[in-house]
Design a binder for this molecule. Structure first.
Ligand code: CS2
Length: 502
């Protein structure tokens, strides 16, 4: 493993050895550029599977034409990505699969992965390096330390309290960004552009708001500087990337004859729509398949409500009905019809017309969900529902209620979530609910003592999820109570059948 002194945080990699090893004997897995010439231009916070199959792949294409945009990655929570990738010089394989084909390619755009806890100084030094012009983020919804219903920073969040007490050794994304911007400002280095790549609506604005609020809690001069000088473009990201399994590792080993400790398996499809606002420069993203636009909001709404709203609905109801993978759930005709109707009957008319003709999109999504080669666990998507539901299902519900339209299917997705976070499945087994609010949600379920109306009342008071306005809606309350009663009495599959009328 390469050791890195803090005095040389961004030394160039010379990994011809590993490149040669990965390319040996396999024409489909090789790097089409000289990696020893690549220098870092991007720091990316949150190097999970999604990043490695999405932004890192676009940047890998960029490196064929411009070697100044390598990525220094950082893990904010765990050190497992660094531990797996360091021995292979941060090279890894991306496997794109569907029923018809499997393709593999090596990705070399990731030059290093730093552990934000154990290598905090190195990470901040990297973010302060003048060569870094973009800091991008995929830290998941909960990484923003915000109130999901309003998008405002939660000043009582444990990581924010930590970073206010330790401003020079921050652990949260807002804390890291503010510290690095502070150091750049002091050193006269122009700020970087902050590029959010998480599934949040107006994700650039949300990031600007939490970073700005955190900065203001530290130093108003710094907050004014950030508000005036730093760009936070929004972007819509899309690629389905399940967590890597041992079977995936085996597939790579058997195909290319090399052990890759952490490949990523994904679908062939990929989309990235970026708001074109990069005062400090950017790669020629449009040359590698990204769409640069003035306003990302319509694309974000489309994707969050159609894809992610369907995904979450499938995840909760599918899990409860006993389906381990999305492809299994969508193969059940009743689920397929429910998701189709959710999209075409409820979500579509809430979307802005400016996004163009979307009539092809629901069918394309159903096909992507059905991809039999992806082992995408319903349990994985079910994680962090309290952070996801506002933008995935509740926006649709709010817009439809305002127009007096029915919300049956979207409300069933929300009721599925409520049933799921109560923590016991239809066979009486414990559900491993992963959610920052898991304990509180479970307590609300326990207090309701099996009475759906009481449970719904308690849940609607969780203002981080529902805000104030939705909690007052009788229509929503009635829909949720009816669905929840049915989920408990008849189970998820029968409830779905009843809702679609078969
Ligand atoms: C999924 C997303 O885990 C989840 O919540 O809905 O990660 C989804 O696969 C991506 O947004 C697809 O672009």
């Amino acid at each position: 493993m390469r050791s890195r002194g803090s005095s040389r945080p961004l030394s160039k990699l010379t990994d011809a050895r590993t490149t040669a090893r990965l390319s040996a004997g396999c024409n489909s897995v090789r790097l089409p550029y000289d990696r020893s010439r690549v220098s870092p231009g991007i720091v990316h916070l949150g190097v999970g599977a999604f990043h490695r199959a999405h932004v890192a792949v676009y940047v890998d294409e960029i490196l064929k034409r411009d070697s100044s945009w390598g990525i220094i990655g950082a893990s904010l929570r765990r050190s497992d990505t660094r531990n797996a990738l360091a021995p292979q010089d941060f090279l890894y394989t991306v496997v794109a699969r569907d029923g018809a084909a499997t393709t593999m390619r090596a990705i070399g755009s990731l030059l290093d992965v730093l552990d934000a806890h154990n290598q905090n100084r190195e990470l901040i030094a990297a973010m302060t390096d003048p060569r870094i012009r973009i800091v991008s983020l995929t830290i998941t919804e909960k990484g923003y330390c915000h109130d999901p219903a309003t998008g405002a920073l939660d000043p009582g969040h444990p990581d924010i309290l930590h970073d206010l007490a330790n401003p020079t050794a921050p652990v949260s994304a807002p804390g890291l960004l503010v510290r690095a911007l502070e150091l750049r400002r002091a050193a006269g280095i122009p700020p970087f552009t902050v590029l959010c790549c998480d599934n949040l609506p107006a994700n650039g604005e949300v990031t600007a708001r939490v970073v700005g609020s955190f900065a203001r809690l530290r130093d108003t001069g710094l907050a004014d500087f950030i508000a005036g000088e730093v760009a936070f473009p929004s972007s819509m990201v899309d690629r389905i990337v399940p967590a890597t399994t041992d079977d995936d590792r085996r597939l790579v080993r058997e195909t290319i004859g090399l052990h890759d400790a952490w490949p990523v398996v994904t679908e062939p499809y990929s989309q990235w729509v970026i708001e074109d606002r990069f005062p400090t420069g950017r790669p020629h993203f449009e040359a590698v398949g990204a769409e640069l636009v003035k306003d990302v909001r319509p694309y974000e709404l489309m994707k969050l409500r159609l894809l992610n709203g369907s995904h979450s609905t499938l995840a909760y109801l599918g899990y409860l009905a006993g389906y381990e993978f999305v492809s299994q759930a969508i193969a059940e005709p009743a689920f397929r019809t429910l998701i189709d109707e959710l999209m075409t009957e409820e979500v579509m008319e809430t979307l802005p017309r400016s996004v163009g003709d979307l009539s092809f999109y629901p069918a394309a999504l159903l096909q992507r969900f059905a991809n039999p080669a992806l082992k995408h666990r319903t349990w994985q998507i079910a994680m962090d529902g309290s952070q996801k539901l506002p933008q995935r299902l509740l926006g649709t519900i709010r817009d439809r209620l305002a127009r007096g339209k029915s919300i049956t299917r979207a409300a069933l997705g929300v009721a599925g979530w409520m049933r799921y976070v109560a923590g016991v499945d239809e066979q009486g087994r414990r559900i491993d609910v992963q959610d920052p609010l898991a304990k509180r949600l479970r307590a609300i379920a326990d207090e309701a003592e099996g009475l759906p109306a009481r449970y719904v009342d308690g849940m609607l008071r969780v203002s981080e999820v529902f805000g104030d306005e939705l909690a007052e809606s009788h229509v929503l309350r009635e829909n949720l109570t009816g669905h929840l009663a049915s989920l408990y009495r008849h189970g998820a599959l029968q409830t779905v059948r009843n809702v679609i009328g078969v």
